[in-house]
Write a protein that binds this ligand. Structure first.
Ligand code: TXD
Length: 310
């Protein structure tokens, strides 16, 4: 039997996840949205694209959570994106209500699923999903680190004039202005980028990475990024369904790892069939660890505003 993945919120990111996942041919997909006809129309269109793109993935759209029953993975994008001038944190109270209701519905029909959160502010919404679902922490995670790292790798590859496929890097911390790109660990197939680029160039790239989401919001004027986020979530889903044991930066609940307790933030994790199978604790320099902890504390402030334990 094919795996079943549901995606809640069939807007820009939700549809982009579905489209990227559909062509992987590894799961059937249910798209849910409150807007009548929207998930149905997009699902039908993507399903029909299989004839041209050569996949068998079946996609359906619905307003009804019963259709999501028994999903192995549920990705949640429901909520509103930011507008130019807004921070992700400005979305907290609007998206909190939506995410709480969505998670309650999802859990009712798929009590054994793995939840992947996408809605912003990402880290706070991941913690809300963990709290609302009552799931163990290996089954609740957020996507942001792969996206932030993709931005970092892209800008590094451009500055180096090399293929982005050969540029490896990691961005940790919360998905906000306090995220922590780690230039010390960035490399071109093992060659440290710190030996290949001047410090000023790296500093500029770090800054652009941190503001990468805002740069796109300012250009689009309505809505935020969705191609790279969609591809990032599809990569996580693939890693879980195919039990790949990929090591990727994801947002997870930390219980003492990196000296951070009781809050969700982005760290390297091993993704396999059980979801987050391991939190990988890499040795950080004191200033890197300090930056990661500061970022986690910024998440904790948001979580407190939602009045959930942290
Ligand atoms: O890295 C990341 N995690 C992110 C997060 C990268 C990009 C975008 N990020 C956030 O994802 C963004 O800030 C938003 O909070 C979400 C969704 O962004 P998207 O660009 O997809 O927004 P859209 O196009 O407005 O789509 C949201 C859909 C829309 O169709 C609504 O009708 C639907 O969500 N929606 C709901 N669906 C189901 N149930 C409820 N209650 C609901 N409320 C809204």
């Amino acid at each position: 039997m094919r795996a079943k993945v549901s995606i809640i919120g069939a807007g820009m990111v939700g549809a982009s996840i579905a489209d990227r996942l559909a062509e992987k041919n590894i799961a059937d997909i249910v798209l849910v949205d409150i807007v009548e006809g929207l998930p149905q129309g997009k699902a039908l269109d993507m399903w029909q694209s299989g004839a041209v793109r050569a996949f068998e993935t079946k996609l359906v759209g619905t307003q009804n959570y019963e259709d999501t029953a028994g999903s192995q993975i549920v990705a949640i994008t429901a909520g509103v994106p930011r507008k130019p001038g807004m921070s992700r944190d400005d979305l907290l109270f609007t998206n909190m209500k939506i995410v709480k209701e969505v998670v309650e519905n999802v859990v009712k029909y798929s009590p054994d699923c793995i939840l992947i959160m996408i809605t912003n502010p990402l880290d706070a919404m991941t913690q809300l999903a963990l709290h609302t679902s009552g799931f163990p922490r290996n089954r609740v995670m957020g996507m942001s680190g792969i996206l932030d790292t993709a931005r970092f790798r892209t800008f590094l590859a451009e500055a180096l004039g090399v293929s982005v496929r050969d540029v490896h890097a990691m961005v940790l911390g919360g998905h906000g202005d306090q995220m922590v790109p780690l230039p010390r660990l960035a490399n071109v197939n093992g060659i440290p980028v710190t030996e290949l680029l001047p410090k000023e160039t790296i500093d500029r790239i770090v800054e652009r990475t941190i503001k990468g989401g805002g740069e796109i919001v300012a250009l689009l004027k309505a809505g935020s990024a969705y191609y790279a986020p969609g591809a990032a979530v599809a990569e996580m889903i693939e890693a879980i369904l195919l039990d790949e044991k990929r090591v990727l930066p994801c947002c997870v609940y930390l219980d003492g790892e990196y000296g951070i307790k009781g809050v969700c933030a982005g760290v390297p994790v091993k993704l396999g069939k059980n979801g987050v199978e391991e939190i990988v604790e890499i040795k950080l320099l004191p200033e890197e660890l300090e930056a990661l902890r500061r970022s986690a504390e910024a998440v904790r402030e948001l979580v407190r505003k939602m009045e959930i334990p942290c």
